[in-house]
Design a protein. Structure first.
Length: 311
């Protein structure tokens, strides 16, 4: 509808629609979260959590609507068949841009339960959104530097305890536990600083995934591994709003989780920790090769009737 507008006008319109959609649904999120705070009984909490997830799902559907109206990107997506809306999923993805979150939510909304992201503690201060994430029980992680942990070793288990508490809440209703294993967005500077052995990825961090499995391992039957590629380069959020993304490539793959990794003490069992890290590194190596192949593949022929954003 608005795809022919000049990029700056389209970006301003998309930002306005995003803001209005967010304010509308966040009002309901905050009202339901207040009920949960005032009446913390488990039956009430379970009912309110389901209502919160439904509100968030409609919020995402609203975002998909303005994306369909304003974006011209060609979407090349595979691997969504066979997903179940009711159940528990452990979802992992590479991370390049804030746009990744919109891509994941748009493609997986109503195909699997609501994605619950592990977020940096600083993001709780983002106006409106930060409070909404808190109300929806998104876990906020404190990323401590190695130097800080040497001075304050007691802080080493902060994230472990946060992850465990969050995953215990996730056990109440079907949830998709979402994690960016790299822990931060990919940049070439970070890649060089890490001396990452992967061409397109930073080194994965296994702790959050391992803890999610330890708490909810009997519910998960596979890792839902998502690979996102922007053939023209990872866009900024503003570039995406302006419609300056010509193509988005997404591959979704079910990866079986070895039985011996479904439960384990990642923090205190060195043998389990090494086994888990080795398994995740193998997953990451396969993902790196997949990105290589996707970047080298020619763009698919456009469909007879163009549909920029899949429903």
């Amino acid at each position: 509808m608005f795809r022919r507008l000049p990029p700056v006008v389209r970006g301003a319109l998309a930002a306005a629609l995003l803001g209005l959609n967010t304010l509308f649904w966040c009002t309901l999120v905050f009202a339901l979260a207040l009920v949960k705070l005032v009446v913390p009984a488990k039956p009430v909490r379970k009912t309110v959590d389901r209502a919160l997830n439904e509100v968030a799902t409609r919020w995402i559907s609203g975002n998909s609507a303005w994306m369909q109206a304003t974006q011209r990107a060609q979407w090349d997506v595979a691997g969504l068949d066979g997903l179940a809306y009711r159940g528990w999923y452990l979802v992992n993805c590479n991370h390049q841009s804030w746009v990744d979150i919109l891509v994941l939510q748009h493609l997986l909304n109503r195909r699997i339960p609501l994605l619950k992201f592990f977020l940096k503690q600083q993001l709780i201060y983002v106006p409106v959104i930060g409070l909404a994430w808190w109300a929806l029980d998104f876990p906020f992680m404190r990323r401590h530097s190695d130097a800080h942990l040497k001075r304050h070793p007691e802080k080493r288990f902060d994230d472990i305890n946060t992850t465990r508490r969050a995953c215990e809440k996730f056990a109440l209703v079907p949830t998709s536990v979402m994690n960016f294993a790299e822990g931060t967005r990919f940049t070439h500077a970070k890649h060089r600083a890490q001396r990452s052995p992967y061409r397109h990825l930073l080194k994965p961090k296994a702790g959050a995934l391992a803890l999610a499995l330890d708490v909810l391992g009997d519910r998960f039957d596979a890792l839902l591994d998502v690979t996102i590629v922007y053939p023209d380069g990872a866009p900024t959020f503003w570039q995406f709003l302006c419609g300056n993304v010509s193509r988005v490539v997404v591959r979704v793959q079910r990866i079986p989780i070895p039985g011996d990794l479904l439960r384990g003490d990642y923090a205190h069992d060195p043998k389990y920790r090494k086994s888990f890290q080795r398994w995740l590194q193998d997953v990451w190596s396969d993902k790196d090769r997949q990105i290589d192949a996707l970047l080298g593949a020619p763009a698919p022929a456009p469909p007879a009737v163009a549909e920029t954003v899949p429903a």
